[in-house]
Design a protein around this ligand. Structure first.
Ligand code: EPZ
Length: 429
């Protein structure tokens, strides 16, 4: 398994270009199968989760052609199956969007139960609640979930018991061609949900209210192929903003939507960082010691849970004692704290709350990327630590960060990727 080797102490300066949003791309790619002609998706991030989904689409029979690293043309017409059999589908959670998309396309879906980041239980009961409301039945068998509707899917009023991004998007995919009106109440409001709705509406759907907690979907007969460009990645941008602050740097983060970053910018300003917003840029300037602050992760527009490991790492070198409350996921989203402690971080976790005592400095050490965002946090810790840090299992990081080593080197970081021969144990697997 490859690793990153990072020599801490470099101040990040310069400009970084943000890629397309992973969590928008992983819903928009499956959504293409709802179309009755080819789609061209632009500004798609060059990351392994996207490669996995285009592989699955090919496996299903779609014609998939990369016009360049960030533009893919997909013709779903040759697809003759309602089964996502690819073993690879188990590896990423987002493969469950094929359920909603297949239900919208042909009223039937057989998909592997989702995999993805390992931080606690990740149920799909709200997805299933929505599908049943739309007229479907489902069964689980041998790690596969089968969902089908005897007759056409019909509109329904669905009140989500929890604010869930996945269920909001999956129900939208299933409802977009259902007969009549579907109303999703207590819907998630993330920017990637708005992006999916915009994509579907460009194809001819009738979705209103995306980005609010009530989404109304009038079913339509057909959706046509379009060209669509994916929004910038809010979390990738936030990660570089935190890295700039952590190293006392001066970085302009480009190709962003500043509005999507408001909760992150507000926290950094609270910690003493200077933030300057442009039309599609955010400048992060850190010239003074970081101040402590308290963070509570919330559904959008609150502070994103996908920025929790990164901000906790920043707080571990701020002055004073901070509190981080993970209100979206179980406390398993603090598993990375053990890795940070190996670098001298003084953090205690009690259930959903982490108490962070700001340390004078972190010390480089060998650490592991336990999941995508925890891995990004380890990289940030390595950038600020004294000495050298080795981050292992970087394949998790590369699921969601395009060219993270090259982008950091461009900003002045001392980081390189070390190819590691497969350990025998890995072979025994
Ligand atoms: C999406 O996961 C993101 N993944 C996650 O980002 C992100 O952390 C999460 O939304 C919250 O923003 C993708 O978009 C591919 P949820 P998702 O359904 O949809 C509970 C990353 O780093 N819940 O919004 O799986 C659930 O247990 C990844 O890019 C139910 O109870 O998250 C959690 O506590 C990691 N029943 C809460 O809702 C359900 O049916 C939020 O989950 C579904 C969810």
């Amino acid at each position: 398994m490859d690793k990153y080797v990072i020599k801490g102490g470099c101040r990040l300066t310069g400009e970084v270009n943000i890629s397309g949003a992973k969590n928008a791309a992983v819903a928009i790619l499956p959504a293409v199968i709802l179309s009755d002609s080819p789609c061209r998706i632009e500004n798609i991030p060059d990351i392994s989760d996207v490669k996995t989904l285009t592989y699955i689409l090919k496996e299903m029979g779609a014609r998939v052609e990369y016009l360049d690293l960030h533009t893919v043309e997909i013709d779903p017409r040759p697809i003759m199956t309602d089964i996502v059999s690819a073993e690879i589908a188990r590896r990423i959670r987002a493969s469950y969007y094929f359920i909603g998309a297949l239900l919208g396309r042909c009223r039937n879906a057989v998909v592997p139960l989702p995999g993805g980041c390992n931080f606690g239980v990740r149920p799909i009961d709200q997805h299933l609640k929505g599908f049943v409301a739309l007229g479907c039945d489902y069964s689980l068998d041998n790690g596969m979930i089968s969902v089908s509707a005897k007759n056409d899917l019909h509109g329904a009023n669905i009140y989500l018991d929890v604010v869930t991004v996945g269920a909001t998007m999956n129900i939208m995919l299933a409802a977009v061609k259902a007969r009549g009106l579907t109303v999703i109440e207590n819907a998630a409001r993330e920017p990637h949900i708005v992006d999916l709705a915009n994509f579907l509406n460009t194809m001819g759907a009738d979705i209103r209210g995306a980005g609010t907690d009530t989404i109304k979907i009038h079913g339509v007969q057909r959706l046509r192929g379009v060209t669509y460009s994916i929004i910038p990645d809010q979390i990738e941008a936030g990660t570089y903003m935190v890295a700039a602050a952590a190293t006392g740097g001066d970085v302009v983060v480009k190709n962003v939507t500043p509005k999507h970053l408001e909760s992150i910018s507000a926290k950094l300003v609270e910690m003493g960082v200077t933030i300057e917003e442009g039309d599609d840029t955010v400048r992060v300037l850190c010239e003074r010691p970081l101040r402590k602050c308290n963070v509570k992760t919330m559904p959008h527009p609150g502070f994103p849970t996908d920025m929790q490991p990164q901000i906790t790492t920043l707080l571990s070198v701020a002055k004073g004692t901070s509190m981080v409350n993970e209100s979206v996921w179980e406390n398993n989203r603090f598993k990375y704290v053990d890795e940070l402690r190996r670098m001298g971080a003084q953090i205690t976790v009690d259930g959903k709350v982490a108490i962070v005592e700001g340390a004078d400095r972190l010390k480089g050490a060998p650490v592991r990327a336990l999941d995508l965002r925890a891995g990004a946090a380890m990289v940030i810790a390595g950038l600020v630590a004294e000495g050298t840090t080795q981050v292992e299992d970087v394949q998790y990081i590369e699921r969601g960060y395009e060219n993270i080593v090259e982008k950091l080197v461009e900003l002045g970081a001392d980081i390189y990727r070390m190819e590691e021969p497969e350990r025998t144990l890995d072979k025994i697997g």
